[in-house]
Design a protein around this ligand. Structure first.
Ligand code: NAP
Length: 221
């Protein structure tokens, strides 16, 4: 958990992943700024989080630009298709800040990635936000895992990738606060592998009926 309180803006906080990240990090030393296009999505989330974490530092926000301006860490909990538009909206206030890419750019049939094989959602986001520190995280964990990050007695691994060491450490602390075992997978170019890993896990989940409660675990001595 960070010693100094950090401010996290979650854009898309009313969605499956946005609400899971907000709920799981609310017990940490964070101020959470929650934004969703549909503000009514956030009322019940706010109440639910305060039931579990009465001292949570939460604020409901009206726009992604203002949320990002106040934040140290910006999490885009939106589909990859919405990231370019959001990057355009927040670019001037995201300079030198950590922007977390959680997106898996997967087609509607869960058949393949829609990004070019030479790149990834995270690397595209880095191109759109050239002055931000993009970190890939939380893309290999299902939203349902956040309530239960220990599956079959094992703590689910959460892979992180990025080019800035301080940013990686900051996101590692966030991932730990959320209840997962963080694994630094390397620089941002590893993101394509992490996104393909989650495509495979989704395909296996559908085939084997894991009920969207499944995760990755590296076993080692
Ligand atoms: N679900 C998972 O288990 C999982 C796991 C790992 C990674 N991911 C990734 O996490 C991201 C979110 O997935 P999700 O399952 O949480 O989706 P979701 O439940 O559909 O939530 C998406 C959120 O994004 C918002 N949004 C969509 N388009 C937007 C735009 N143009 N501007 C602003 N906000 C916009 C939606 O707002 P509205 O409420 O207004 O529609 C909603 O709050 C995706 O990139 C996905 O690949 C998901």
């Amino acid at each position: 958990m960070p010693i100094t309180k950090q401010t996290i803006a979650i854009i898309g906080a009313g969605g499956n992943m946005g609400s899971a990240i907000a709920t799981s990090s609310a017990g940490g030393n964070y101020r959470l700024l929650l934004f969703d296009r549909e503000p009514e999505q956030l009322g019940s989330l706010h109440e639910e989080i305060l039931k579990t974490h009465p001292k949570a530092d939460l604020e409901l926000m009206n726009c992604p630009h203002e949320s990002s301006w106040e934040a140290d860490i910006i999490i885009l909990a939106v589909p990859h298709g919405a990231e370019k538009e959001l990057a355009d909206k927040i670019r001037d206030v995201a300079t030198q800040k950590i922007v977390v890419s959680i997106a898996n750019p997967i087609d509607e049939d869960f058949g393949e990635l829609i990004t070019d094989p030479s790149t990834s959602a995270a690397e595209e986001l880095q191109q759109w936000l050239p002055n931000s520190k993009v970190v890939k995280a939380f893309n290999t964990t299902f939203a349902a895992d956040f309530e239960q990050p220990i599956i079959d007695g094992k703590q689910v691994d959460a892979f992180i990738a990025g080019d800035d060491e301080v940013a990686l450490q900051t996101v590692t602390e966030l991932v730990e606060t959320a209840g997962f075992n963080p694994i630094n997978a390397g620089d941002l170019s590893v993101s394509g592998t992490l996104e393909r890993m989650q495509l495979l896990l989704m395909q296996l989940t559908i085939k084997n009926e894991y009920n969207w409660l499944a995760g990755w675990k590296i076993l080692h001595n």
